[in-house]
Design a protein. Structure first.
Length: 218
């Protein structure tokens, strides 16, 4: 099993499932021509898709349009079901910056046919993660900048308070639909500015006061 790396700690937490939230920034929903959701839209990624900062993203040969999506990632250290808002907040142990890589051509093709778009989100190396910052060391204020650069050029730049649903609201909602367990990760959605990357591109993502990751597409 894969374990979560935690800053300033020798502790490691065995990671469970990866739950992802779509369209959690209004401007991102609009840039893709989607409606702003009334509740969090969720999908899953397998842990096998996860790589740590410094490892390479392998571009699948069955896609010609892979997009970057920088996100705040939550680490849970409690099992919760039908959590209250306070219970949801208490279940969040830490934060990281992550990349949810998406095969946009595959996703659009499958959506047009009414098919699940799992392949577009769950391919190997499609989830990149930085080490986690424990909430006991830093608690989010909400105005932290979330940024992604490709080859030194800024592509995404927003603040966490632009999220439609807050971290605690996301945990509360997901726990009303399925049990969340200690070690689960939640990718909380990406701001506007997503775009294509190709082999050779170098990506740097960071969230102010939380963490930073680097990776390269090969």
């Amino acid at each position: 099993m894969k374990t979560a790396k935690i800053k300033n700690s020798t502790r490691e937490l065995e990671m469970g499932k990866i739950v992802c939230v779509g369209r959690n920034y209004a401007e991102h929903a609009k840039e893709l021509g989607n409606e702003v959701p009334e509740f969090p839209l969720i999908f899953l990624k397998p842990v096998s898709a996860l790589i740590s900062s410094g490892k390479n993203i392998i571009h699948p040969d069955f896609s010609d349009d892979m997009h970057h999506e920088v996100e705040l990632v939550l680490l849970l250290d409690k099992t919760v079901k039908n959590a209250s808002l306070q219970e949801a907040e208490d279940a969040i142990a830490g934060y990281a910056v992550g990349l949810d890589m998406t095969l946009r051509d595959i996703q659009n093709e499958l959506k047009k046919k009414g098919h699940p778009w799992t392949i577009a989100k769950c391919f190997d190396t499609s989830a990149v993660i930085s080490p986690f910052m424990l909430k006991s060391e830093y608690k989010l204020k909400g105005n932290e900048r979330i940024v992604l650069e490709v080859n030194g050029e800024e592509r995404q730049n927003s603040t966490l308070d632009k999220m439609i649903f807050s971290p605690a609201e996301i945990v509360k909602y997901i726990s009303s639909k399925l049990t969340l367990e200690s070690g689960d990760l939640i990718y909380t959605g990406t701001p506007e500015g997503v775009g294509k990357v190709v082999k050779g591109d170098k990506l740097k993502a960071y969230i102010e006061n939380v963490g930073e990751l680097t990776t390269q597409v090969v």
